[in-house]
Write a protein that binds this ligand. Sequence first.
Ligand code: ZN
Ligand code: ZN
Length: 263
Amino acid sequence: MKSNFHTHTYRCGHATGEDIDYVNSALRAGISILGFSDHTPWPYKGEYKPQVRMDISQLDGYIYSILSLKERFRDKIDIRLGLECEYFEEFIPWLDELAQEKNLYLIFGNHFPTSAIDAEYFGHSTKDKAHLDYYVETVLRGMEYKRFLYLAHPDLFMRAYPHFDEICEKASRRICEKAARLGMPLEFNLGGYQLGADRGKEECYPHEKFWQIAADCGCSCIIGFDAHSNAALEREDTWKKAVDIIRRLGLKRLDSIDQIVPR
Ligand SMILES: [Zn+2]
Ligand SMILES: [Zn+2]
């Protein structure tokens, strides 16, 4: 079964297309469950306008739009409503209440260590051991949050790290061992294929050495398109490539978040 629980919308400021375009692309691609998980807004104090996520004032519109599409396409495709979130401790009570009230599924994307306005993006900062360790520490902490269904792009650090070396191996093992212990699936993120190609970076995520370790640790995985354009959902090549690698490594793949055992 083809499904995707990692879909963005134009609201985050770095994705394109209307919400309905994603639904139509998913239908063309034969996707049976389409989960929207745009970058969550946060209740920042003051006038701060985030650059990589929707403003909190757009949240109701997002929810309304996705639920309307869910209703409209109910006979054709199973649409789900969620958010991709960092673990910012001070905002967790707010997120808890929101997820409960609106019945949202949450995926964990550890893009930033803190909610500070000048916090560095891990996809750019993890070029050395110190930053990679910081990434791992914050991942391990956030994984404890019970509402996170799975960890998105666990090997995000390979967006910046030059070559997968022994340091990466140790870091990967720490993440995978924890995921296995918690029974938390790891996302095999297709978005990294495009990023690596665009930037001419030979080693990006999803990195096979990371996934070999995940397989050794007995982790389960779920494929996510991390679609920032509706066209991404129609890419058959990256989906096939992922399915082949997962099969070859002997990783257990989940089709749906419904198969994740609540913690
Ligand atoms: Zn994004
Ligand atoms: Zn994402």
